[in-house]
Each structure stands twice: as structure tokens, then as C-alpha cells.
Design a binder for this molecule. Structure first.
Ligand SMILES: NC(=O)c1ccc[n+]([C@@H]2O[C@H](COP(=O)([O-])OP(=O)(O)OC[C@H]3O[C@@H](n4cnc5c(N)ncnc54)[C@H](OP(=O)(O)O)[C@@H]3O)[C@@H](O)[C@H]2O)c1
Length: 294
């Protein structure tokens, strides 16, 4: 079987088109969704993520403000910026770009964002709501995985989803999303991690297999049964002398042989990656709507 490729680029473009229409309609009602981004330091990857978030906002007609702070900015000064954004009616969603310099507590910073404006969905209040099945912003990367599945005709309902990885930003929230008794979820979920004695034992049982381990090509073809839907969250740099940069991006899945067995597969790059920023835009629009209903 040759797998159908689920293009994150195409699904993301479809969602951004929907958001552009929604933002225009909101503006007619006097509501302008706005994203506030806080960047501390000049880590090149973070600068590039922040730039693509700002560009995404502009593309769909949203307001955007990026505050760039020096890497030695005191924690209390970062909190002051968040406090200002918490109270700014032009800002419906706040995103603090991670990682933060070591002298700043990530927990403190995330906990300081107003839960109503927490568009990353990482605030403990929102993670609690997620687990309880209450309305809340869904963390962006797992939300993107759900959208890729549903919009490619692979509704997880009643399926066995095996997630490899239990990080707070991908594996755990994805498990919480897909196990809910809700539309586009209602799956039987297994989460594997380094505590599993034999992950192949579990991956071979998957109807939908999600790899989020951060290890290039950790999932090999012998670990996947025929017809599985394979979602590769991994983005890993592997050395490649043929590239000017000296590296290329590789997923957690050994793509070519697995594409021969899977029914659907996401590529890297161009799979889950483009969905993350798009779901951030989605969460910001939803936050603007909720704030104006309050
Ligand atoms: N496309 C996107 O937008 C996006 C967003 C976020 C992350 N990512 C990518 O997704 C990947 C995962 O990111 P993350 O932040 O979730 O990583 P992480 O925090 O490093 O977590 C990795 C998880 O995989 C598990 N794991 C690692 N090696 C394993 C093994 N050999 N067998 C079983 N489980 C194993 C770990 O288990 P333990 O808990 O037992 O240590 C951990 O739970 C990375 O490549 C990252 O770049 C992509």
C-alpha cells in the first residue's frame, strides 16, 4: 500500500482561509483579534518562530504586537510586559516564546498570563480544563494533529491511537484531547515513553500512530502494521553535507519504508509543522470571541 500524504501546508492554508473570513466578520462587529508576543533573547530559531507568527497574524488581518527583550532582562520586567498585555484590550492572546533564558521561571511566566489570553493552552487552569473536557484553548501542536486527522477523513473516534512521547507540549495534551468524549476525539489512547519495555508491542496495535519523541527515524517500518495512519510530529536536525546549512530536517518516522505500509502519512517538513502557528492564530480568534462575550 502506498500511503496518501496528509499535507499540513494544504490543511493549514484551508484553516487560514477560514480564519481570514472570520476575522473580517468580527471586524465588522468592532472586534479585532490581537496577538501579543514576548521574545526574550535572540535565539535564531525563536526569532524565526516569532517572525512567522507575526506574519501569520498580518496575513489573516489580525492585530499583532511583538515585544523583544534583551536576554538578560529581569524576570520581573518580563512579568510587567505580560501584566500590561493582560490588561490591554487590543490583545486577545499572549504568547511567550519558549525556551526562556535560565534565570526566568517558565512556570511563573506561564502562570502569570491571564488564562483567558493563554493561546498556547499551557496555563495550569487551561490544562486542568482540558483534562476535565471543559472548553479551553487546545495546545497548538496537538490541536494541529487533531485537525490533520479529522480533515483528512481519519476521525479518531473508536480508533486505537498510540502516542510515542509524553511531553507537556505534545504527548500529554494530545492524549487528553483525543480521549475526550467529544467530536473529533473519542479514541482509545495509549501513551508510550522510555518506561515502556518494548514500544513495538504497542505501536503494532495502532490504528493511528503519532510519533513525538525527538529522535530521528526512531519509528521503523517493522513497528508499523499495514494500513496505519501515521502522524510524525518530530522535527530533528540531522547532518547533511549536501545542504548549505550543513543539516536537513528529519522526522521521528523512517518515512520511505513506512509510507509503503501506512494508509496515510504526514511528511517532515510540511506536515504537523505548518499547523502549529495556524492553530495559534485559531486560538487567538477564539479568545477574542470569548473575551467579547464575557
Ligand atoms: N511540528 C511542531 O510544531 C513541533 C512542536 C513541538 C515539538 N516538535 C518536535 O516533536 C518532537 C518531540 O518534541 P517534545 O517537545 O515533545 O520532546 P521531549 O520533551 O523531548 O519529549 C520526548 C518524549 O519522547 C519520549 N521518548 C524519547 N525517546 C524515547 C524512546 N526511545 N522510546 C520511547 N519514548 C521515548 C520521552 O520519554 P520520557 O518522558 O520517558 O523521557 C518523552 O516523553 C521533537 O522532534 C520536536 O522538535 C514539533
Amino acid at each position: 500500500m502506498a500511503a496518501k500524504v496528509i499535507s499540513g501546508k494544504e490543511v493549514a492554508a484551508e484553516i487560514r482561509k477560514e480564519l481570514t473570513v472570520q476575522v473580517a466578520e468580527l471586524k465588522e462587529k468592532g472586534i479585532v483579534p490581537g496577538l501579543g508576543v514576548v521574545l526574550v533573547g535572540e535565539d535564531p530559531a525563536s526569532v524565526s518562530y516569532v517572525t512567522s507568527k507575526a506574519k501569520g497574524c498580518q496575513e489573516i488581518g489580525m492585530f499583532e504586537e511583538t515585544v523583544k527583550l534583551a536576554k538578560d532582562t529581569a524576570e520581573e520586567d518580563v512579568l510587567k510586559v505580560i501584566d500590561r498585555m493582560n490588561h490591554d484590550p487590543k490583545i486577545s492572546g499572549i504568547l511567550v516564546q519558549l525556551p526562556l533564558p535560565a534565570h526566568i521561571s517558565v512556570e511563573k511566566v506561564i502562570g502569570f498570563i491571564s488564562p483567558e489570553k493563554d493561546v498556547d493552552g499551557f496555563h495550569p487552569v487551561n490544562l486542568g480544563k482540558l483534562l476535565r473536557g471543559e472548553e479551553c484553548p487546545l495546545p497548538c501542536t496537538p490541536h494541529g494533529v487533531k485537525q490533520l486527522l479529522v480533515r483528512s477523513g481519519n476521525d479518531p473516534a473508536g480508533k486505537h491511537v498510540v502516542i510515542c512521547g509524553r511531553s507537556n507540549i505534545v504527548g500529554k495534551p494530545l492524549a487528553a484531547i483525543l480521549m475526550q468524549k467529544a467530536a473529533g476525539a473519542n479514541a482509545v489512547v495509549t501513551v508510550v515513553h522510555t518506561g515502556a519495555k518494548d514500544i513495538k508491542h504497542y505501536t503494532l496495535q495502532a490504528d493511528i500512530l503519532v510519533a513525538a519523541m525527538g529522535i530521528p527515524h526512531a519509528i521503523t517500518a517493522d513497528m508499523v502494521k499495514e494500513g496505519t495512519v501515521v502522524v510524525d510530529v518530530g522535527v530533528n536536525r540531522v547532518p547533511d553535507d549536501t545542504k548549505k546549512s550543513g543539516f536537513r530536517l528529519a522526522g521521528d518516522v523512517d518515512y520511505e519504508p513506512i509510507a509503503e505500509k501506512a494508509s496515510f502519512i504526514t511528511p517532515v517538513p510540511g506536515g504537523v509543522g505548518p499547523m502549529t502557528v495556524t492553530m495559534l492564530l485559531y486560538n487567538t480568534v477564539e479568545a477574542a470571541i470569548r473575551l467579547n462575550q464575557a
